[in-house]
Design a protein around this ligand. Sequence first.
Ligand SMILES: NC(=O)c1ccc[n+]([C@@H]2O[C@H](COP(=O)([O-])OP(=O)(O)OC[C@H]3O[C@@H](n4cnc5c(N)ncnc54)[C@H](O)[C@@H]3O)[C@@H](O)[C@H]2O)c1
Ligand SMILES: [Fe+2]
Length: 447
Amino acid sequence: MISNLIGDRVRSIGLPAVKRAAGVVTRLLPIPQPTLLVGPGSSARLGQAVGGFGHRLVLIVTDQVVSKLGLFEPLTEALAAAGTSFVIFDEVTADAPIAVIEKGIEFFTRQGCDAIVAIGGGSVMDAAKVIGLAAANDRHPRSLVGYFRSLHGPAPIYAVPTTAGTGSEVTVAAVISDPQHEKKLVIADTRIVPKMAALDPLLMTGLPKPVTAATGMDALTHAIEAYIGYWGTSFSDRMALSAVSMIYENLPLACNDGANLAAREKMALASTYAGLAFTRANVGNAHAIAHQLGGKYHTPHGLANAIVLPHVLRFSAPEIIDKLATLALRAKVGNESEPKGELANRFLDSVELLAASVGIPRHLDALREHDIPALAKAACWEADTNYPVPRRMTQDDCEALLRAILPEQPEVKPSVPRKKAAAKRPARKSAPPVAAKAPRRRSAKTQ
Ligand SMILES: NC(=O)c1ccc[n+]([C@@H]2O[C@H](COP(=O)([O-])OP(=O)(O)OC[C@H]3O[C@@H](n4cnc5c(N)ncnc54)[C@H](O)[C@@H]3O)[C@@H](O)[C@H]2O)c1
Ligand SMILES: [Fe+2]
């Protein structure tokens, strides 16, 4: 307890200064941007382009779902038509576990590949980035965790996202998982940004509604956290605010009608814009918490962010009223004649309503009270050492945020005989409210 307090004090004094200095560096850091191909059929156009680059053997990285749906066929047909050979590694599973990546590295090396096309969600794209980087440096993925930990860049990576959420097609990050230690690990390097990406809405029409909703809320979290943090630039702010507008307008449409190509394309673009924003300005407390939930309970990343985001925003609100007011205007949930405080509250409410409208639960079934102290400690450490958050979480703050999403206890029915009524669970302390307004309760099951 005392060591927690001392550690907390040291971190609260020293780290903000270090992070502000790091913010100056990241503002100036050259981050490459991939060539973007956008629209129905763009995955085939990416195949044509890559087919013209003279690669000897391309590794296609994907997962079983994408493989069974045949989503890579337009791409591989275009590669074949251009006379480019390819091999397929379709064993990626959720959150890119280290063991899967080890297999991919071995396959890439044994086959003698010289380029990678990732086609899938964030798990696939991140696995591909790490396969390429580890193979180029003959290093184990674990030793690459952190910032710029390797000598050589990977073979060229090309990306075709099939979810609209992570933005990994444009980011410097790869998030992998270490199931043995129940952790998610981040590898960041500007050289793992793909060279080219295709945003093809035709590949996304079969994305189930819960995945559409959760991944779309991940993109919203990227945009909001990039905007409210203190590393933003005029470019990242522009990207973040455009992403917020597009997500508010198109996420409900894409969820209600998966075949709505226009909405799917806008969501794919919004996810990329949000990726461009946060790869420069970074994320925040919601991600720090979501990563712990993903590591411990395998909660899908977007779902964890979506459940946590409203609480983190209410907690941060006192420091970011102006920014929340701007977000309200861009989300079209208020108008300029209203006072900023009013607009800020409108935005806070609207995030909860948007999440509820696409079926995001308010509580996480998997979360256990006895895990909260350790989860909070790890989340505070991740946020303190990485993210330019507008309001710093202490251990107590973070525990309160987590307690607010504990699953609801089923109501205890009075047992027979009635006189001996069962004790009720004491009321839970919830996250510090700004203007709490509670939509109906739902609880999350792992999707
Ligand atoms: N690198 C980054 O910058 C970054 C940013 C945010 C998140 N992430 C990481 O990305 C991972 C999550 O990625 P995700 O949210 O895209 O989920 P995911 O890649 O795990 O995919 C979710 C599910 O959707 C399926 N799926 C994918 N595309 C489909 C399609 N078109 N039709 C039907 N099913 C489809 C997948 O097979 C999978 O079962 C997490 O590990 C997260 O930490 C990375
Ligand atoms: Fe994310």
